[in-house]
Write a protein that binds this ligand. Structure first.
Ligand code: SF4
Length: 507
């Protein structure tokens, strides 16, 4: 059987653009597992969200596979459905398989709405995938595969029983230790050391899934191999909460603290699980990036979303990390539009976050993820959204549409300025000077800048429309091929700084 597994990565960055070998760990696991099936030939192809369906189709011309599988996320689902529909029309005997967090929780709905999809894997895919290949190979009974939804021969949709979470992760092969894949040209890779999450955030698909761990010996060996890759520039740790198991985390941090490591490691960190000893270790990791999910500091919103944050602890730990490692790159994540949230509380959180002087922000609008508790309880909170991915929530009981638009715009602009180091520095200096006269929030200052720029009709929001669900990060589109606009922007920005500085002097 010839199998093609396709991943469509969120968006191209300088690092991922240099991909030579697919970096989608989940598909590489499947590839290695499938190789053990008699007669199976498995190929993995990786594309980017901004690549048009026509171009992807062009590069798949002459497809001679029996099964095409897609890894589905909220950002790529639209494209996956479009592409798979086309492939089925062009190659009617081709079987289409979907899996991943955007497909599994709504498997039945996907099969009902999309007649071209044959199979959907629900939950962790590895064992279900192997059993599916085996069953197809010997023309066995699909009803026996737990975790699979499929369209039967008479067209009815069948949802087999749930598959329990895998207890023993060691049965999943390591792409880095397997030896069959050449990563020597990859600039960007990912690593998974555990699965599950002990927390119960209601907006998240991972909410409360039992923690399981890849054997620590295997992880340490993987890190050693990764440290020997000549082109590797950036490694993203995909774990929900790597510091939940303190002892393992300390061993992993030690393994990265070696002179052979030339790449930067990107950690997502839950502040609830770090202490001074871990901060000391993190501080020793030169050139690494630490991302913290703050989301909100409003106690009522925290309670409703079930995301524990202690603002004082957050601030103290971050200050300590900054002090110990001034060069550490710190990024904060905030979500606006969550149940219970409103424009005023969002601005308060944003002010708190900006007062910590992070290096970058990810200011996301609330996206309703299938499989999350809020998806199930959407009516209770009056969530309004288009029931197609990416499922932005446009309004809720506490956050009406116009306020949500204002929050989105403010978030967009702040991230835009944080991506222009000169502008950000000038704004920070202005804030410091202004604060000497009277307490002023960062948000207030940025809002006055936005009003000033808009008076002169400098439209910086266009990039948002261009980028769509793909990502806030692609601010380079704002001035793409438009030097005139860029010059006009800098002229206006300079005017604003001068005007506000004059006002300060005159007070
Ligand atoms: S947001 Fe993070 S901490 Fe909360 S459930 Fe999801 S993965 Fe776990």
């Amino acid at each position: 059987m010839r199998i093609l597994l396709i991943s469509i990565a969120a968006y191209k960055t300088a690092r991922t653009a240099m991909l030579k070998t697919p970096a989608s760990l989940s598909l590489l696991y499947l590839k290695i597992l499938a190789k053990k099936q008699p007669g199976a030939f498995v190929e993995v192809r990786e594309f980017f969200l901004e690549t048009s369906v026509e171009n992807i189709i062009g590069s798949l011309d002459g497809l001679d596979h029996d099964l095409v599988g897609f890894s589905c996320y909220v950002w790529n689902m639209k494209k996956v459905l479009e592409l798979s529909r086309y492939l089925k029309q062009r190659y009617p005997s081709l079987k289409i398989l979907l899996g991943g967090p955007e497909a599994g929780p709504v498997a039945e709905k996907i099969l009902e709405r999309n007649g071209h999809i044959d199979f959907v894997i629900r939950g962790e895919a590895e064992q279900t995938f192997v059993e599916l290949l085996d069953t197809l190979n010997r023309q066995g009974d699909l009803n026996e595969i737990t975790g699979l939804s499929f369209r039967s021969d008479n067209g009815t949709i069948v949802n087999n029983p749930e598959r329990p979470l895998m207890e023993d992760l060691s049965v999943i092969p390591s792409p880095y230790l397997d030896g069959s894949i050449d990563f020597s040209n990859n600039a960007y890779l990912t690593l998974e050391t555990s699965r599950g999450c002990p927390m119960r955030c209601r907006f998240c698909q991972w909410s409360y899934k039992k923690m399981r761990y890849f054997p620590i010996g295997r992880v340490l060996k993987e890190i050693k191999i990764l440290c020997s890759l000549p082109e590797l520039q950036s490694l993203y740790i995909v774990d929900s909460s790597i510091f939940y198991n303190r002892q393992r985390a300390l061993e992993i941090l030690d393994a990265f603290s070696v002179p052979e490591r030339k790449f930067s490691v990107y950690f997502e960190i839950d502040m609830n699980f770090i202490d001074e000893e871990i901060i000391e270790k993190l501080a020793k990791l030169q050139g690494c990036k630490f991302s913290f999910g703050l989301q909100t500091i409003d106690p009522e919103v925290s309670r409703l979303i079930n995301h524990r944050i202690d603002p004082d602890r957050f601030k103290n730990n971050l200050s300590l990390l900054r002090k110990k490692s001034p060069a550490a790159r710190i990024s904060l994540d905030l979500i606006h539009g969550l149940p219970g949230d409103n424009l005023a509380s969002y601005k308060k959180t944003l002010d708190f976050a900006m007062s910590l002087f992070p290096d970058s922000f990810y200011l996301y609008p609330f996206i309703l993820l299938v499989g999350s508790e809020f998806y199930r309880r959407r009516d209770e909170f009056g969530l309004e959204f288009e029931d197609e991915p990416p499922r932005w929530v446009s309004s809720s009981n506490s956050f009406p549409g116009p306020d949500r638009e204002e929050a989105r715009k403010l978030s967009y602009y702040i991230q835009f300025f944080y991506n222009l180091p000169m502008a950000r520095k000038a704004m920070d200096m202005l804030w410091i000077s202004a604060n000497r006269l009277r307490p002023i929030g960062h948000v207030e200052l940025y809002e006055s800048l936005i009003v000033f720029l808009e008076e002169d009709r400098i439209d910086l929001m266009a990039a948002w429309e261009d980028v769509g669900a793909g990502g806030y990060e692609r601010f380079h589109l704002v001035f793409k091929d438009n030097k005139e606009k860029e010059n006009a922007f800098w002229g206006m920005f300079g005017e604003f700084i001068k005007k506000r500085s004059r006002e300060l002097v005159s007070k």
